[in-house]
Design a protein around this ligand. Structure first.
Ligand code: SF4
Length: 319
């Protein structure tokens, strides 16, 4: 394998960006020169490209650390390892994580990965060293996974799923799962049931449901906020599901009685953004009154505040 290692300054650091899900995030691009990915997802915001198993052009750890140091300060919540492509293909990942740990102080480390390289024990073990990990899992069925994520031919989704479950069992940091829904591909009842069954075996902090938010690499469409909300109700009630995508959100402005508000939040705890989209003005006033009289409570998950019936929290405490 021919690997070109470059030490030049190369727009490696970007942000900080205030991310609703992860807080103030300073990004590190582990493939700043061009896209290097083991997937070629239909929904990728980068241009289509041939999949690769490893990076052919890579940057030194020293160049990343030198660029990172002046950007670190107390306002940053997370240092996010990402890439034009898949960050875990960066061959010096383990060394990089160790070097960041020496200078990050209280700032957390996070990686956004498509999960496929978890089948490699070295990468699996490197990810265990991070404070937060976000694993994508768009489909369980081989055919749907292949259609959406267009993976490198060496990747077998059933092995990836087994490794995601195994990772969740030993990982001690905050684990997030992300599922991105593509219209008429993984939004079927059958696929959601399969995802649900797998999620029941994954110990994670939060499951983020999203859809296409940016112009995709191929001509595919996202689904609406309303559809995402309906899908969220199809998952097991005990799962920490969060609707992460609002690009296709149109206010629903529906009227709910007190009982309906409790039932809705009992089925699926919601954030204030969800509530503003689903409820009309009068329902929001009722919701605020129910918060004051403690019929409803809040629950923090990761960086987000969810609203939930107080009886539901008490039920969970007794268990
Ligand atoms: S894994 Fe990420 S970078 Fe790679 S093709 Fe998919 S969306 Fe694009």
């Amino acid at each position: 394998m021919n690997v070109t290692v470059s030490a030049e300054k190369n727009n490696i650091i970007f942000g900080p960006i205030n991310s609703r899900r992860f807080g103030m995030s300073l990004g590190i691009d582990l493939s700043p020169s061009h896209k290097q990915c083991n997937f070629d997802c239909l929904y990728c915001e980068l241009a289509p490209s041939v999949t690769v198993k490893s990076q052919s052009k890579t940057i030194t750890v020293a160049s990343i650390i030198n660029e990172l140091k002046p950007h670190l300060n107390d306002t940053i919540d997370v240092i996010t390892l990402t890439a034009n492509g898949e960050p875990t293909l960066y061959p010096l990942l383990d060394e990089l994580i160790e070097q960041i740990d020496l200078i990050k102080k209280d700032t957390q480390t996070l990686i956004l990965t498509n999960s496929a390289t978890l089948v490699d024990d070295n990468i699996f073990n490197s990810l265990l060293k991070l404070d937060q990990v976000k694993l994508s899992l768009d489909a369980i069925s081989e055919d749907i996974f292949t259609k959406i994520d267009r993976p490198h031919k060496s990747i077998d989704i059933s092995q990836v799923v087994d490794k995601v479950i195994a990772f969740s069992e030993v990982y001690t940091g905050k684990l997030f799962i992300e599922i991105l829904f593509v219209y008429e591909l993984n939004d079927t009842k059958e696929e959601i049931q399969k995802l649900n069954e797998v999620l029941k075996h994954i110990k994670c902090h939060r499951v983020d449901l999203g859809t296409i938010d940016r112009p995709p690499a191929y001509p595919v469409s996202g689904i609406s906020y309303k559809e995402l909300h309906s899908i969220s109700l199809m998952f097991d009630k005990a799962l920490p599901i969060h609707i992460a995508s609002r690009t296709h959100a149109e206010p629903n402005n529906s009227s709910y009685t007190d009982e309906e508000i409790v039932n809705t939040l009992d089925k699926r705890p919601l954030t204030i953004d969800d509530i503003n989209l689903l409820f009309d003005k009068e329902t929001i006033s009722r919701f605020e009154r129910m918060l004051k009289d403690t019929t409803l409570s809040t629950k923090n998950v990761g960086n987000l505040v969810f609203y939930i019936p107080t009886t539901n929290i008490q039920r969970k405490r007794i268990k």
